[in-house]
Design a protein around this ligand. Structure first.
Ligand code: IFM
Length: 511
């Protein structure tokens, strides 16, 4: 309000000058320069522009809805799209906005506590679709693939959102190093979400393992499934990180005492998080294929053949929409999401085998799917696929790929596409012990240049096929540890370093 009042009293010529200056600053911070083909640069800027106009810092009053600021689709509701798909763009460019995403959730933590109490669980559980109050806003009906309105159950079952928010909290912490945030909000969010999972699991005595029954994973074609691998692995991560952090804060007795008392957590409860997390069940076949949920392998395997003009598999004409759930066909990346979020927990072979397996079964009926496929394809060296999926994701709204851009921009695909460029092609990874950069620039591009903020260091990168030029400025003037082309290095501020990559790895892996 104050900003508006001040603006009203200013001369237009001053306002326009400030406006241009501000946009200039935004673009200098966030632009990615591509020396490459066609309209890629323009389309990427279209993506970045839409993220820039939607990003805000309002002390957690709002977050970003599934259609950003451009339309009324999903009634402006906030999904996991915000923390998992969009947030990384802000995190590495405008961390205050990323913090705002998390404050939005924190300010609704009491509501999330109320949600679990109503369902007989403990801790806090975020709603699948969230708006102003923080209550569950998901409608119980939606249009199916055939255009018919049917009842849906994500509000009752799509529980992975709770671990997704927890994951974003920790990602914010390792990227910014913002301990103040953790002490005021972050630990509480991680402990309360772990508590939810600890009450949500069921112990299978006969098999000595914990299970999570009756959920919907990212693939919304299959409802009420047991042990969805993505949900279980994310819950496991949530429980284990909460246990680790709980033990870590013991080194700061005042904080430990304050949180223990405020949240009524005993040491034994935090130990249980570790035990439950370590025994959460995920079925991995001998050939390393991860079963999306219990019984998935027994479902009918449909041999997809025909594709549309974008190379996406078409639903066979003799398959009725109501029968999809009886098949192995999936709506969007589900198991593959694990390689994107929990990369280090899987070896390369597991990633390759699963990519091949699920690629043949995915219909990409959600705009969240192509960018994740691009990212995972980059990780396993399937570069042609990585590029094609990136290109498709990039054009989601410019080319109205899903036919519903009139209801708004697909926000998750904006952020997902950005991540396909920065984390996929740029090979950037935020690890606890340092930033890792292992780029694989597409063969069609000469180079790409970008900058990012890592723990208050502004890092500028120029990435070619064989070289990586890097320079950073820092208020703290301290050297920074990084991993470049998988080798540990310690770089000093205000110096230019050039690293050489020995082998270009174009398209060495084919799918
Ligand atoms: O969050 C997504 C979900 O994964 C698939 N359906 C659309 C939602 C909003 O974009």
């Amino acid at each position: 309000m104050k900003i508006f009042q001040r603006a009203f009293h200013k001369d237009f010529s001053v306002l326009i000058k400030d406006h241009i200056k501000m946009w200039d600053r935004f673009w200098r911070k966030t632009d990615i320069l591509i020396n490459g083909e066609g309209d890629i640069q323009q389309n990427l800027r279209f993506n970045i522009y839409h993220m820039l106009i939607a990003g805000n810092y309002d002390d957690g009053f709002s977050s970003i809805g599934a259609r950003a600021l451009s339309g009324e689709g999903y009634r402006g509701h906030v999904f996991w799209d915000a923390e998992i798909f969009l947030m990384p763009f802000y995190l590495l460019n405008l961390p205050e906005v990323a913090k705002n995403f998390l404050l939005y959730r924190y300010k609704r933590l009491d509501k999330a506590r109320e949600l679990v109490r109503m369902e007989g669980y403990r801790g806090a559980k975020f709603p699948w679709e969230s708006a102003s109050s923080g209550g569950e806003e998901t409608p119980s009906y939606a249009k199916g693939l055939d255009g018919k309105v049917t009842t849906v159950l994500p509000h009752k079952m799509e529980h992975h959102i709770t671990a997704d928010v927890a994951y974003a909290v920790y990602r914010y912490y390792i990227t910014t190093g913002d301990r103040g945030f953790m002490e005021r909000y972050g630990y509480e969010m991680l402990f309360e979400t772990a508590r939810f999972w600890a009450s949500r699991v069921k112990y299978n005595k006969r098999k000595d393992r914990y299970e999570i029954k009756g959920v919907i994973g990212p693939d919304e074609f299959h409802t009420g499934v047991n042990n969805n691998a993505f949900t279980n692995m994310m819950a496991r991560w949530n429980l284990l990180i909460a246990n680790k952090l709980f033990n870590e804060i013991k080194k700061t007795p005042s904080l430990y005492k304050r949180l223990k008392v405020a949240l009524n957590i005993s040491d034994a409860e935090a130990e249980d998080w570790k035990i439950i997390g370590s025994k959460l069940w995920v079925n991995i076949r001998r050939d390393k294929v991860i079963e999306q949920f219990d019984g998935y392998f027994k479902l009918k395997n449909v041999n997809l053949k025909e594709t549309d003009e974008h190379g996406i598999y078409l639903l066979p004409s003799d398959l009725k929409v109501k029968d999809i759930e009886k098949t192995q066909l999936i709506k969007q990346a589900d198991v593959l999401m694990l390689f994107f979020l929990l990369d280090d927990e899987f070896d390369l072979e597991t990633k390759k085998v699963n990519f091949g397996f699920y690629l043949e079964r995915t219909l990409h009926k959600s705009s969240l799917s192509p960018s994740i496929h691009s990212l995972v394809a980059s990780k396993i060296g399937a570069f042609k696929r990585a590029y094609d999926f990136f290109d498709l994701s990039l054009r989601t709204d410019i080319n109205n790929i899903y036919g519903n851009t009139d209801t708004g921009i697909h926000a998750a695909s904006l952020g997902g596409t950005w991540q396909a460029v920065v984390f996929g092609f740029g090979g950037i990874k935020m690890n606890e012990d340092g930033l890792s950069i292992n780029p694989r620039v597409p063969s069609r591009w000469k180079k790409m240049s970008l900058s990012l903020l890592w723990r208050q260091n502004l890092i500028k990168l120029e990435i070619g096929h064989f070289t990586l030029k890097i320079r950073f400025s820092s208020l703290r003037k301290r050297p920074v540890k990084m991993y470049i082309f998988n080798k540990p290095v310690c770089l000093k501020p205000e110096r230019t370093y050039i690293f050489k990559k020995e082998v270009p790895e174009y398209e060495w892996y084919h799918y």
